[in-house]
Design a protein around this ligand. Structure first.
Ligand code: ZN
Length: 413
């Protein structure tokens, strides 16, 4: 089963759904130069937008796609479905002093078994790079993004100084595409206020997601699902949050009511306290490198908290891009200069993607963090069709799931 974004998102709520995605066998891997990336392909459309603005926005998108493909080494093209539309007309978000500039999400998330024995939801864009001989069917797009036509965007090609209230559109695009490639946490407020857990949809549907290790045929059941990035998340004492998820997966509560009063669940809820306490959660890249995540927002903000880097830590650094709020009146180029960076994609951000399994110009030979990784070259070892590198089954037809749109906002006067 794969977790899909809706084909259209006009109106609320946005519902993601589990759909069957049968295993496909990848007969021939295209031979690609190791040092040349496959492109990012953008399908762009506008609603409620003047054609001249729409054209500018599309050109900015093409440029951002090139920027990313000159840093990442994609083995397969990454396809983006982006729409610019009036959030006021579509969602009723009109005239607030905080404005949403855009939002994005993977178009499909695929459960795969990681090398630490835990099944996590991987964005399709990332799964495509793993070069799996057998993989779940891919959806036509990897990333969906929406951009607010009501926002006071500034476009680089206009060649005029940015207004003090304007937001550089390129900044928004790059930020959202990073989310689409997998910069987000699965820990969120799904089941109630102040109860932060990984995606509970199998549990709520009274189901287990089963991943089978094709090497040992061991079965790994899950009822809570982290995102691919969550594998790297630790608390301030460098304890991996996945230990909490393992505990959740071991619990045998019959209902949500029974789950939340279980003493073991209470232990897991230390994460809920961390989620609104600055400096308590981060991405562990090595002993020395720990990227502080955004836990300074109170109350917890779904789509902003945890799934961004700490605003207070990274504004004046090369890794400013993934803060939850964009600077108004500052161009992307100026933000790079302020942080003394070399480009919009900062070194720590790139390292996070490398750890997730993307190849980059710095590390062209990344190894996918999967339980059993078989590339297309090892044809004689390939598994029987029908058994995936991480094969999964979910009983019955599961309920909807909540995957969030990961947002970027700006203050408006
Ligand atoms: Zn964001």
């Amino acid at each position: 089963m794969c977790l899909d974004a809706p084909a259209e998102f006009l109106g609320k709520p946005i519902r993601f759904q589990w759909n069957p995605c049968e295993t496909q066998h990848h007969l021939q891997l295209r031979k690609r130069s190791y040092f040349r990336s496959a492109p990012m392909e953008i399908a762009f459309q506008c609603l409620h937008t003047e054609p001249s603005i729409c054209n500018k926005a599309e050109r900015a998108f093409q440029k951002a796609g090139k920027t990313i493909a000159s840093t990442f080494l994609f083995k397969e093209p990454v396809r983006v479905n982006a729409t610019m539309m009036s959030f006021c007309q579509v969602t009723g978000e009109c005239g607030k002093n905080m404005m949403t500039l855009g939002g994005s999400s993977p178009a499909r998330a695929i459960p795969l078994l990681n090398s630490d024995g835990m099944t996590r939801l991987h964005p399709q864009a990332l799964v495509k790079q793993f070069g799996l001989t057998d993989h779940p069917a891919f959806a036509p797009f990897d990333i969906i993004g929406i951009f607010n036509a009501d926002a006071p965007f500034w476009f680089e090609e206009d060649n005029v100084p940015i207004g003090r209230n304007q937001a550089d559109f390129s900044f928004v695009i790059l930020h959202e595409l990073m989310h689409g490639l997998g910069f987000y946490s699965g820990w969120n407020e799904y089941i109630g206020p102040h109860m932060i857990t990984p995606d509970p949809s199998p549990f709520l549907a009274n189901q287990l997601m089963l991943s089978i290790n094709p090497g040992t045929t061991a079965i790994h059941p899950s009822q809570f699902l982290e995102s691919a990035m969550d594998r790297l998340m630790t608390d301030e004492k460098r304890r991996f949050l996945s230990e909490h998820t393992r505990e959740l997966n071991r619990m045998e509560a019959e209902s949500l009511e029974a789950l939340v009063v279980d003493p073991r669940f209470k232990a897991v809820q230390s994460v809920s306290e961390f989620a609104t306490e600055p400096g308590t959660l981060g991405i562990q890249l090595s002993k020395e490198e720990w990227v502080v995540l955004e836990t300074g927002l109170t109350p917890f903000q779904p789509g902003s908290s945890i799934s961004h880097v700490a605003y207070s830590e990274y504004t004046h650094t090369p890794d400013f891009l993934m803060r939850f709020m964009q600077d108004r009146g500052l161009t992307l180029q100026e933000a790079v200069q302020r942080g003394e960076g070399k480009g919009p994609i900062g070194p720590l951000l790139l390292r996070i993607f490398e750890e997730m399994g993307y190849a980059t110009v710095n590390r062209p030979d990344t190894v996918p963090p999967l339980m059993l990784f078989r590339s297309g070259i090892q044809k004689n070892q390939r598994l029987d069709k029908g058994t995936l590198t991480s094969s999964m089954a979910i009983h019955n037809s599961p309920t909807l799931l909540y995957l969030f749109f990961y947002l970027l906002i700006v203050l408006i006067y």
